[in-house]
Design a protein around this ligand. Structure first.
Ligand code: DGL
Length: 266
């Protein structure tokens, strides 16, 4: 059986790559809901429906665990998914505010970048409150980065010019840590690094996959030697876009380019 990795679009590839690095023996099903991306510009009700339909598809296709590789979908839908499938490990991703505040912040501020839905959601608000970060955390929605990533535009000058506009009004020198709270933003880490020299730019992928491993281990569903033999010859990853198997060479090449880009940055 496979691990399902889900995102509204191709940002979840960053989590899939991380999973392949930390759990290389497993087999994966990647599901991008490309018909409905960007989630960040939809209503919470719409997102709930899309996430629930996508999760059902992955379950019906035999996934033994799910990674919701989308901060927005996690923010809106993870509690419902866990209620619907209580016996399946379902791991989400949320902005890495905890390490930002407890490990990286000195006496400055923390900037959380995400989609508008994540930024305005109660889940993030509660997380910041729990960590007593209300006074030092700034939040900003960067929908343009989702569009740039989906259309494969990573040129630093184009990205910088968008970010300069979005950050106008912020004192960029005030930050001790930048949190990438949308999986699409991980593809732009190099540009963030240049705009915030010497400042940690972090995301929650590693921690999310470590959690996946722990939960699968506890549930006794990590791949066994026997299963490895049975899966021999099967593709390591099967790709779906909104329920359709991805077979077109152009689409697969686009996915490969994004996977390579992440590998170069990580
Ligand atoms: N990649 C998604 C996230 O982590 C959202 C992008 C979108 O669909 O707006 O939030």
């Amino acid at each position: 059986m496979r691990i399902g990795v889900f995102d509204s679009g191709l940002g979840g590839i960053t989590l899939l790559n991380q999973a392949l690095r930390q759990m290389p023996d497993e087999y994966y099903l990647f599901y991008a809901d490309t018909d409905h991306v960007p989630y960040g510009e939809k209503t919470r009700e719409q997102i709930m429906r899309y996430v629930s339909d996508s999760a059902r598809f992955m379950m019906e296709n035999g996934c033994k665990a799910l990674v919701i590789g989308c901060n927005t979908a996690t923010s809106v839908g993870i509690a419902h998914l866990r209620k619907d499938w209580p016996d399946i490990p379902i791991i989400g991703i949320e902005p890495a505010v905890k390490p930002a505040l407890t490990k990286y912040r000195k006496d400055g501020r923390v900037l959380v970048c995400a989609t508008a839905i994540t930024i305005n959601g109660e889940k993030l608000e509660h997380l910041i409150e729990r960590l007593k970060g209300e006074e030092v955390v700034d939040k900003i929605a960067l929908p343009g980065l989702v569009r740039l990533a989906e259309s494969g535009h990573f040129e630093k000058e184009e990205v910088k010019s968008y970010l300069r506009g979005a950050f106008a009004g912020l004192d960029l020198k005030a930050y001790d840590c930048i949190v990438l709270g949308c999986t699409h933003f991980n593809f732009f880490k190099d540009t963030f690094d240049e705009m915030f020299p010497g400042i940690p730019v972090i995301d929650g992928s590693k921690a999310a996959i470590a959690q996946l491993h722990r939960k699968m281990d506890a549930a006794g569903i990590l791949i066994t030697e026997e299963e490895k033999q049975a899966m021999k010859g099967e593709p390591k990853i099967v790709w779906y876009e909104s329920g359709r198997k991805v077979t077109s060479p152009e689409e697969l090449a686009k996915i490969d380019r994004l996977r390579d880009r992440w590998l170069q940055l990580n």
